[in-house]
Design a binder for this molecule. Structure first.
Ligand SMILES: CC(C)(COP(=O)(O)OP(=O)(O)OC[C@H]1O[C@@H](n2cnc3c(N)ncnc32)[C@H](O)[C@@H]1OP(=O)(O)O)[C@@H](O)C(=O)NCCC(=O)NCCS
Length: 162
């Protein structure tokens, strides 16, 4: 770890909320947002979260299963919330939840969720570089940290690196 980086960083320091409106160019022929557009927004939101934690260039290494729960029509407001779940030495798992926000009531309906893994790189973006270890503070952050550790072990096993 370079002197410029702290050894640890709390989860709340890198949380991201991103808001989009579904335009006709985002929609499928049924008039709802395309799954691919949601995937793009997930990647962007999670990348900002990972970069905010690492303060280095980051790349998407993998995306776990994405569940699409409800459609969002053109004109709908989409809110994405990203949170840093877990850090390895150079990798980070980010969890993202996607919601549709009702403009009138402000209530939110779940749209999608996913876990993405990012790898921090050196300033020349050539080799992986260590990240500050994430410190979960709340009960929920600790629960996500423990669950993410299990998913990391599974990923390592299924990539033949476990
Ligand atoms: C991601 C990448 C940097 C990893 O490089 P690598 O040489 O395999 O690095 P290492 O084997 O040293 O692994 C580095 C870390 O990445 C993790 N990692 C590598 N491949 C991974 C994968 N497919 N899924 C999850 N984590 C992965 C390793 O577990 C390790 O984590 P740790 O340091 O926390 O233990 C490299 O594969 C890459 O550049 N891929 C292309 C990324 C890209 O173009 N993304 C899309 C555009 S942003």
């Amino acid at each position: 770890m370079s002197n410029e980086q702290p050894a640890t960083r709390v989860v709340s320091a890198s949380k991201v909320e991103m808001t989009e409106i579904v335009f006709p160019t985002d929609a499928n022929p049924l008039g709802n947002v395309m799954g691919g557009r949601i995937m793009q927004w997930l990647d962007i939101c999670a990348a900002v979260c990972a970069g905010r934690h690492a303060r280095t260039p980051v790349v998407t290494a993998s995306v776990d299963k994405i569940d699409f729960l409800n459609p969002v029509p053109v004109g709908g407001v989409v809110v994405l919330l990203a949170s840093l779940n877990f850090t390895g030495r150079t990798s980070m798992e980010v969890g993202v939840k996607v919601w549709q926000e009702d403009r009138l009531t402000g209530t939110r309906k779940p749209v999608a969720s996913a876990y993405l893994t990012f790898v921090s790189l050196d300033p020349q973006a050539r080799v992986p570089r260590a990240v500050p270890q994430v410190v979960p503070e709340t009960v929920e952050e600790k629960r996500r940290f423990d669950a993410a550790k299990g998913r990391r072990d599974y990923r390592l096993k299924t990539r033949g690196l476990g």
